[in-house]
Design a protein around this ligand. Structure first.
Ligand code: BGC
Length: 520
């Protein structure tokens, strides 16, 4: 049995400074960038279950659903155009995140956030005013561009601003606002669906302007991170800024380390090619596998299609939207648990506990749906207890995700990349996340139609694989300063073969002579 990971209480240096009010406020504003992503995730599932919306834009799906009451429930929503509506956004986000990598590196994190807000706002306007499917798709493409920019910059911004002891909690602010965005969208869908005349979906889609304006205005008032200022040659401003963030006068140690990291990163001509170097193999693998696994938990089946799914298993339209609100609430609450625990218990414990919880729930949900709907997808008279059991297990599954892969899927990549590859690697992370969000969104309804209840077993299999992966290959990163992270690879039983002593002298302490303290 290999020695797995590195001890979570590893020895690490700690810089001067505390969690100041200034840094808290800054991080809260920046984290709002997650709202636009979350609002969008929550809104699309709700509007696609609104009859007036379906009838206007996807009449064939509407007719099939209305007329074929007696046929196979698993297949009633199966339509490629309908899923294209949900998933087109993620392709756009994928492309935007590649452009955003350069903007984030050359012009700072703030400008990327600003672009994110403005593009998202334009998409919301086009969607709210849509009169044909092409307008819906065009609007979604703009929303996607917005998300590509903000998901690229916000997690990096948060990880760079935060003192290392609190980095986990502050970074999870991003995921918290994703979940708040989803919840707000679920609630609004519930109310807007009731509007007489059937135009409530316009408010749902146009409402995306509100979170977009918050992040646009927010990005104008936020300061840039010291790391990014140094990267762009503004040393004096960066030092003043660092003093302000950390709330102490002597920040020389951290400042010097940031300058060294930046000088190193300047030697790199092409950050993309650089990513392929052997010494960055661990980071590259994580940048690809973490978002891949995050999406293969199957979470977005619930997030996008909860109302559709609940409808499929026999809930009325209203009950389906309420159930989506319930899962939304659980999602927010469990994310708060993660914020509380991530810097105390560490990342690995949360990943492993969350994985086990999700696995059990997926098996139970598959068994419940399989027992009632069998293979032909027909069931009549679903008893109330049955509905309650399914909802309880889906909520427990969501809680498992929301304190593990949800927040950590954004936190861990943002804290493990050294400055010289940070923007490029983050854009690999965002792109892979978006590709697999796209694939899950695009094929879910077809998969449900063909795999039936086995769909949940499919995702359960991946949850098993990812938990074993974390156990064997993911080192603990709790409390380790971000510019010093390389040592975790050097001490890891497997990854150490990719990093040599020359890559990281001083046993992985790549910066000035550190003051060693124990982080418990
Ligand atoms: C994921 C999204 C997911 C959301 C749910 C995020 O971390 O990236 O795909 O919908 O969590 O809360």
């Amino acid at each position: 049995m290999p020695a797995v990971g590195i001890a979570s209480g590893g020895r690490s240096k700690e810089y001067a400074g505390e969690l100041t009010r200034y840094v808290m406020v800054t991080c809260i504003i920046a984290a709002m960038g997650g709202l636009i992503f979350g609002y969008d995730i929550g809104i699309s599932g709700g509007v696609t279950s609104m009859d007036s919306f379906l009838n206007k834009f996807f009449p064939s799906v509407y007719r099939k659903k209305e007329l074929d009451k007696s046929t196979n429930q698993y297949c009633q929503y199966d339509s490629q155009t309908l899923t294209m509506f949900t998933s087109s956004l993620y392709l756009a986000a994928l492309m935007a995140s590649i452009v955003a990598a350069t903007v984030t590196r050359k012009f700072g994190r703030k400008l990327s956030m600003f672009f994110g807000g403005v593009l998202f706002c334009s998409g919301a306007i086009i969607n709210g005013a849509a009169s044909a499917v092409w307008m819906l798709i065009l609007g979604r493409i703009f929303l996607g561009f917005g998300i590509g920019f903000s998901n690229q910059s916000v997690p990096l911004y948060l990880s760079e601003m935060a003192p290392s002891k609190f980095r986990g909690a502050l970074n999870i602010g991003f995921q918290l606002s994703i979940t708040l965005g989803i919840l707000a969208a679920n609630l609004l869908n519930y109310f807007f669906a009731k509007i007489k005349g059937g135009w409530g979906w316009r408010l749902s889609l146009g409402g995306a302007m509100v979170p977009a304006l918050i992040i646009t205005v927010g990005s104008l008032i936020l300061p840039d991170t010291p790391n990014s200022m140094i990267e762009r040659g503004q040393h004096e401003e960066a030092e003043t800024q660092l003093r302000r963030i950390r709330g102490v006068d002597d920040v020389s140690e951290e400042f010097n380390d940031l300058v060294i990291a930046s000088d190193e990163s300047k030697k790199i001509e092409d950050p993309w090619r650089n990513l392929l170097q052997r010494k960055y193999r661990p980071q590259l693998c994580m940048a690809i596998l973490i978002p891949f696994f995050q999406q293969l938990t199957g979470i977005n089946v619930i997030m996008f299609y909860a109302p559709v799914l609940f409808n499929t298993i026999g809930f009325g339209s209203d009950a389906s939207l309420i159930s989506a609100v319930i899962t939304g609430l659980v999602n927010v609450a469990a994310t708060i648990v993660s914020m509380y625990g991530v810097d105390k218990w560490g990342r690995r414990k949360l990943f492993l506990e969350g994985g086990t919880q999700m696995l059990i729930c997926q098996i139970v949900v598959a068994a419940c749906i399989g027992a009632k709907f069998g293979l032909d997808g027909n069931a009549d008279n679903l008893p109330k207890w049955y509905a309650i059991v399914v909802v309880v297990f889906i909520c427990t599954y969501v809680a498992g995700f929301a304190w593990s892969w949800g927040p950590l899927g954004w936190l861990v990549p943002s804290e493990i990349f050294p400055l010289e590859i940070r923007s490029a690697a983050q854009s690999v992370n965002v792109s892979v996340n978006m590709i697999f969000t796209f694939i899950v969104a695009q094929v879910f309804l077809t998969m449900l139609c063909h795999l039936k209840f086995g769909l949940f077993i499919f995702f359960a299999f991946f949850v098993c694989v990812m938990s074993v992966f974390v156990y064997l290959f993911l080192p603990e990163t709790k409390g380790i300063p971000i510019e010093e992270m390389s040592r975790v690879w050097k001490q890891h039983w497997y990854w150490k073969r990719f990093v040599t002593d020359e890559d990281y002298p001083n046993d992985g302490y790549e910066m000035s002579k550190p003051t060693i303290v124990n982080i418990v």
